[in-house]
Design a protein around this ligand. Sequence first.
Ligand SMILES: Cc1ncc(COP(=O)(O)O)c(C=O)c1O
Length: 433
Amino acid sequence: MAMSAATSHSLLLKNPNNPLKPTTTTTQIATFPTTLSRPTTNQKPPISITCSSAPAAATTTPLQTLPSTSSDRVFNFAAGPATLPENVLLKAQSELYNWRGSGMSVMEMSHRGKEFLSIIQKAESDLRILLNISSDYAVLFLQGGATTQFAAIPLNLCQPDDTVDYIVTGSWSDKAYKEAARFSKPNVIWTGKSEKYTKIPSFDSLQQSPHAKYLHICANETIHGVEFKDYPKPNNPNTILIADMSSNFCSKPVDVSKFGLIYAGAQKNVGPSGVTIVIIRKDLIGNAQPITPIMLDYKIHAENNSLYNTPPCFGIYMCGLVFEDLLAQGGLVEVEKNNQKKAKILYDAIDVSNGFYRCPVDKSVRSLMNVPFTLEKSELEAEFIKEAAKEKMLQLKGHRSVGGMRASIYNAMPYAGVEKLVAFMKDFQARHG
Ligand SMILES: Cc1ncc(COP(=O)(O)O)c(C=O)c1O
């Protein structure tokens, strides 16, 4: 990335002769363009982020180091917190010390000041464009991770004796179900446990509870790598569909109108940990159980535009940069195409390996985001992970509960990263097969 020429800025320094009257001196301060190029590691044409809410040209005080380049970075296959788009990181780096001429970092701003309000409002409106979210829905930026939503959902959407339905397709939906048991009467209407969570049920076979307040699914099981390709429809028109989209949020277009509530922790596809996004149909808000803590009450957060208390400001800012980037890529239709291409070369490599590599997940529901695989010779797995790390491909170890390997290839994983992994897998097989 080219940095623009340094420009002169005046700095006020303490005058030793008269401490009350500062002297003026001139120093060289590097300025960054407001538009940053997207590094070309994935061989796509450069795209740029422009920030329409910028009140002034971005000017930064001296940076001791130049922004790092892609050659310094590893390919990070972690399941979350996960890799972020390089151009977003560079943009944040360039604005870290002095956000767009405000004289402050986003980390230092009042959450009620006009600067931060412009950041959170733009983040929300860009997300609404990305997912085509209608005004019937509230968008909330919350804290506590998706895990907190496991409790907030039953607390807000049903009373203690109400029945709610859960489809359990992996560890995360299982955790959500167990938490719901503290605040409602959940029914597991299907579980993939006996098949080691490698499947999604056929929707016709589901025995839904006739009066369930909601039907909960985990749209993408991060640990097991199973992803809903379509969504079940509640039989009862009063039952709403709820999805934990933590690990495939904004990875593809979603018809939000099919859902009463969608929630997602940001730290996989759209930002750093610390931000949880809830998209909820407005008419469902306002019926929380009396024991609901104020911080879990959607009504409080909706009425206060996610500013009831101090929100995770910097995390929300980062999410906003990611949303801009996704829009600049052409929106979620284009994003999904890239994700399909990346997942295809990886699953193909597994499938043509004559069993050297295996992915246990039913082919029709394989996740585009999290690809679990094992080695036929399981004694080689540690060596695989070690050698991959030497090649700057990190975090490929599978979750401790399932073992093997897992490559998380979220939106921000460049095509080149998956290509490199596939080439490494072929080479590893040639040497150890
Ligand atoms: C699908 C899914 N749901 C929920 C969670 C829990 O999220 P958090 O750690 O933000 O509470 C995770 C975390 O990895 C996840 O992958």
